[in-house]
Design a protein around this ligand. Structure first.
Ligand SMILES: NC(=O)c1ccc[n+]([C@@H]2O[C@H](COP(=O)([O-])OP(=O)(O)OC[C@H]3O[C@@H](n4cnc5c(N)ncnc54)[C@H](OP(=O)(O)O)[C@@H]3O)[C@@H](O)[C@H]2O)c1
Length: 361
């Protein structure tokens, strides 16, 4: 029995920041779950910079999204039909990088994680702070930067989802934290609300290397890099000997089509005996429970602020995604498709509703 689904599909490979010229809304048919599959109605989409990489054909840790296919992403939704014994209608579950920007996702059960009934935190947190957004800074700060009391940690994209948590986790570990952000308003926010010790607006700075030196008078012991590019070059010139660079992301170059030069100060890695380590959260899968427990406890104790920015509506997704690259977001950016309080549809209701929408198109 065919059903219908609104999907945002990749029509062309973006040159620069993706726009609605590249990603189009389509109404497509949907099949009932086959054996082992679960049909979820998505409630939240996670806006992740990595998705930009999957839109291009460049080699990455995941295959490119094929043209004409819905944009791959991580979503949280409720089960509306299940062909797997572990998932019942009404369960809430999330899938990481296995679903798409769409109303309904048909997902193999083994790729979904069910959320316990009556969760103590808002539902969206399970797709954000308890997913790679929180797990990545947890392991990056504690295991890769090896944060310890008295260290100075510099963090780029420090008002973003990962960076805002990285700075706070480093503070909890006893570090002095300095964040690099793209506006004065973000500088005030990370210092006044998140407890960073210092902040630099890298966009208004004429000499970023000197600004970092001034904000970090004892040098930088670890640099949590979300950005790459010129910011990384300036950080390299401020690293202490035997410092650690946590290579978490390189958002400054995700929209570049040409070869990216540099880092020009690469030689400093040798001159200062630095360790540079790239990583992704799944490396630490065996310790996710530990990280989720710590993140939840720190939030409950008021030691960790988790900020979300939620945009409503599938039709606003492409514009929302572009905010990651203009710096218009603060904290974790999500798209909310519908509220959990909306009664879940039956399969027959879904079909009827979408058929009506099509007849009006
Ligand atoms: N390794 C992993 O497993 C892993 C997991 C999740 C995320 N990441 C990476 O972590 C980084 C942050 O991701 P997120 O989800 O937390 O996004 P985010 O920080 O919430 O949003 C992106 C922020 O990056 C800054 N930015 C954008 N373009 C920039 C540029 N050209 N130069 C400098 N800053 C720029 C903007 O803030 P400003 O206003 O400050 O410019 C923007 O708000 C990304 O590189 C992402 O790929 C890695």
């Amino acid at each position: 029995m065919a059903l219908f689904n609104r999907q945002l599909c990749l029509e062309s490979r973006p040159m620069g920041v993706p726009s609605e010229d590249n990603i189009r809304l389509r109404c497509t048919s949907l099949c009932r779950p086959g054996p082992g599959q679960v049909l979820i109605q998505n409630l939240y989409l996670s806006m992740d910079p990595a998705i930009r990489g999957w839109m291009s054909e460049k080699p990455s840790y995941m295959a490119p999204i094929e043209l004409g296919e819905p944009v791959r992403g991580s979503t949280l939704g409720r089960v509306v039909e299940s062909a797997h014994p572990d998932f019942q209608i009404g369960d809430i579950a999330f899938g990481l990088a296995c679903n798409a920007w769409e109303d309904f996702s048909l997902t193999p059960a083994e790729q979904l994680v069910r959320i316990p009934a009556n969760p103590p935190f808002p539902l969206s947190y399970y797709l954000s702070i308890f997913s790679p957004v929180g797990l990545t800074p947890y392991f990056g700060v504690l295991d890769i930067a090896k944060a310890k009391p008295g260290d100075t940690m510099l963090i780029s994209a420090a008002a973003g989802a990962v960076g805002s948590l990285a700075g706070q986790i480093a503070r909890i570990a006893g570090c002095r934290t300095v964040g690099l952000v793209g506006s004065d308003e973000k500088c005030s926010w990370i210092v006044d609300e998140l407890g960073f010790d210092g902040a630099i607006n890298y966009r208004s700075c004429t000499d970023l290397t000197s600004a970092i030196a001034e904000a970090c008078p004892e040098g930088v012991d670890s640099y949590f890099d979300n950005v790459g590019g010129e910011v990384l070059d300036a950080a390299l010139l401020n690293m202490n000997n035997f410092g650690r660079i946590v290579f978490c992301g390189a958002i400054a170059q995700y929209n570049n089509e040409d070869a990216v030069p540099g880092p020009f100060n690469y030689w400093q890695i040798l001159a200062r005996s630095l360790t540079v380590r790239g990583y992704m959260a799944p490396e630490f899968e065996g310790r996710f429970a530990e990280a989720r427990e710590a993140l939840g406890r720190w939030m409950s104790e008021g030691r960790l602020v988790f900020a979300e920015e939620v945009v409503d509506g599938l039709e606003n997704t492409v514009e929302a995604f572009s905010r990651l690259f203009s710096g218009a977001n603060k904290g974790k950016l999500m798209v909310k498709l519908r509220d959990i309080s909306e009664p879940p549809p039956t399969i027959d209701q879904i079909r009827e509703a979408v058929a009506q929408e099509l007849s009006h198109a």
